[in-house]
Design a protein around this ligand. Structure first.
Ligand code: NAD
Ligand code: UDP
Length: 313
């Protein structure tokens, strides 16, 4: 009989790619989502045994039937989204995580918690390795997400140590690809939406800050590897190729010729540098990203062109 998993936040950008991947691996998938930043149509055309339940995981909930794995991905993830939903973000990464852990215990299931490179804050160690504790402003506007995820990691480790739950933690670095919400506010959707609308692309600050961006299907492959073969200590998952924001802007200008650039103020506490050290996941689980920046951006652009054209008609 095929295994059955629950994905919270499965109608979001990463969750919907992971749902597709798990269905193609033969899992039955139950998606729990309140659609605050996700969309049911992200799962359009999905083939396989999928159930989609509209619920807020920050409130107590149950799922009927057997469950072999709980993957907790519910949380706003784009800075404008989580700053606008500050309290809901803290709740889904505290009560929501608690409810996901309780479900996993009731069902005798494995629990995987989706954490983030943001737990390293504005890092003083570069590249970031899992043993680094981070540099987070606990009361800044980003703290609702950063501290929420840090709490969520602490809670997951407590359930592992105190109650013997079989748990996994992944620290996801910036991920991009098809189905990112067009108005999500993160750098890749902003740049593509602006360029395709003929607007200048907005660089915040000097553009000298760096990110290392991973194509979403590569990320989904890493999640599956950690779920199936990892252990309870955290794994960084991301693309180690580091670029400045100005370099991303130039890549978008090459794909959409004629695009202009404007500068906007740098948001508060915007991390200056970010690059994952992936030696643990590469060495232990043989995972690394396969999709080049050029390929990934082309696939994402194709999806944005199609969706913006559909929205215009
Ligand atoms: P997203 O906003 O597209 O998806 C989040 C999903 O969670 C949405 O479908 C949303 O409706 C749902 N959700 C939020 N609160 C909920 C609640 N209380 N109950 C039920 N559903 C709820 O964001 P994403 O980029 O797909 O991120 C998904 C997960 O991956 C998040 O946990 C995020 O922290 C993590 N992550 C993503 C990235 C990235 O670059 N995309 C990087 C690091 C970590
Ligand atoms: N950024 C930018 N222009 C935009 C959106 C983002 O220059 O229109 C910058 C932002 O200041 C940050 C980087 O791009 O330095 C990545 O931002 P994003 O919101 O995608 O993710 P995060 O800050 O969470 O890594």
């Amino acid at each position: 009989m095929s295994r059955r998993c629950v994905i919270t936040g499965g109608a979001g950008f990463v969750g919907s790619a992971l749902t597709r991947r798990l269905l193609s691996d033969g899992w039955q998938v139950v998606v729990l989502d309140n659609f605050c930043t996700g969309r049911a149509h992200n799962l359009d055309g999905v083939a396989g045994p999928l159930e989609l339940l509209d619920l807020d995981v920050s409130r107590p909930f149950d799922v009927t039937g057997p469950v072999d794995a709980v993957l907790h991905f519910a949380s706003p993830a784009s800075p404008p989204d989580y700053i606008q939903r500050a309290i809901a973000t803290l709740l889904v990464n505290s009560s929501g995580t608690q409810h996901a852990l309780e479900l996993a215990e009731r069902k005798g299931a494995r629990m995987l918690m989706a954490s983030t490179s943001e737990i390293y804050g504005d890092p003083l160690v570069h590249p970031q390795i899992e043993s680094y504790w981070g540099n987070v402003n606990p009361i800044g506007p980003r703290s609702v997400y950063d501290e929420g995820k840090r709490f969520s990691e602490a809670m997951t480790m407590a359930w592992h140590r105190e109650r013997g739950l079989d748990t996994r933690i992944i620290r996801i670095f910036n991920t991009y690809g098809p189905r990112m919400r067009i108005d999500d506010g993160r750098v890749v959707p902003n740049f593509f939406a602006q360029a395709l609308r003929g607007e200048p692309i907005t660089i915040y600050g000097s553009g000298g800050q760096t990110r290392s961006i991973c194509y979403v299907d590569d990320l989904a492959d890493g999640v599956v590897r950690v779920l199936e073969h990892g252990d309870a200590m955290p794994y960084n998952l991301g693309n180690p190729q580091e670029h400045t924001i100005l370099e991303f802007a130039r890549a978008v200008q090459a794909l959409v010729p004629g695009t202009q650039i404007v500068q906007r103020p740098l948001p508060t506490d915007d991390p200056q540098r970010r690059q994952p050290d992936i030696s643990r996941v590469r060495g232990e689980l043989g995972w690394e990203p396969r999709t080049s920046l050029g390929e990934g951006l082309a696939l994402t652009l194709e999806d944005f062109v199609r969706r913006l054209a559909a929205a215009a008609t």
